[in-house]
Design a protein around this ligand. Sequence first.
Ligand code: TYD
Ligand code: MG
Length: 409
Amino acid sequence: MPLVETTPPRALPEIETEGFQRLPVSMGELRRVLGGGIVPGMGVLVGGEPGIGKSTLLLQLAAELANRVGPTLYVTGEESAQQVKLRAQRLGITAPQLYILAEIHLETILQHIETMDPTLVVVDSIQAIYSDALPAAAGNVSQVRECAARLLRLTKAHHIPLFLVGHVTKEGTIAGPRVLEHMVDTVLYFEGERFHSYRVLRAVKNRFGSTNEVGIFEMGEKGLQEVPNPSAAFLAERLPNAAGSAIAVTMEGTRPLLIEVQALTSTTSFSQPRRTANGVEFNRLLLLTAVLTKRVGLRLSDQDVFVNVVGGLRVDEPAADLAVATAIASSVRNVPVPADVVLIGEVGLSGELRSVAHLPRRLQEAANLGFSRAVVPRTGASKLKEDGSTLRLVKARTLSEALEAVLDS
Ligand code: TYD
Ligand code: MG
């Protein structure tokens, strides 16, 4: 059976989009990853490692909609109703219209959804639910798939938005939420280091908005709070003029983000020097150390190199290369990068700086946060006008030129 209602073919102008009014979500960061709000009948998968904050976020969301729109249903398959209540109390949630159902039997859950017809359904988690239709145990791939399909079919028919929680483990994600990605409209993954307070909610699929959008939250005493100005937050603890620190401007979806990259190099006590990457890809770090050695002449063969992105963030973008390489060089030479400089550019194998997308937007964000100089690839910057922004551009052709400009002045 299909997940979407079947109707005869209709001419495009005759299709109504009325039912398509998005439900408001007050947290701007959540609204952003959802593509502007909640669409009736939308199926959302929220994945993430245990303890990252999935239950907290969805309880907050269910409470908000209960207070603003109408009764919502939170199905808890892992915690008791009392545990959910305790969490709600901790969060300061009073929502008379929020209904908690502690149940793992699919057919019973479906029945309650039909009779209650809520504004929103949360199922926490899909791995805890089982159906009589299959002999397999809950959490088994076939159970996960079957339960999700039937929940989606029912909620779509009633235009009820459905949020499914799926646990992802660091190792195998085989029986995890991956198998559901093609069935739902939107897939959100919660990321972050458990011992950091920042959480990144990333849209990896969205039929109702753009993908790659991220929302930034902070886990605190009162649950998840949005971080409306993440660049400023990520730079808040920075020590100006410390060697080994450089500021990159990355794009997360449509939003530029300023982040601090830290590097520490120290003489190794091993025959093989160590490289440790936190928040940047390990192979990217190896590549950059090779370029620094071969093209810049930096001596790294007897140095352990540690690189860390502040705030528990992960940066996959090559545009952060220049900042990573500069942070390493700054640590080796023990010369700080001036505090008013941002570094943007991809580093090629010949040591050349390569242009990156969305340069004007990145520069604007850096200017907004009070930076006064940006080191950028010469190729990409030639088309840029210097006026309009208070930022002075330092155009470099190679990594060596860039390092000279920031470390030798
Ligand atoms: P939780 O939402 O239970 O994670 P998940 O559902 O993804 O497994 O969040 C669990 C963690 O969040 C737990 O370590 C406690 C912490 N936490 C706070 O720091 N503040 C809060 O207000 C709440 C409710 C949880
Ligand atoms: Mg949970």
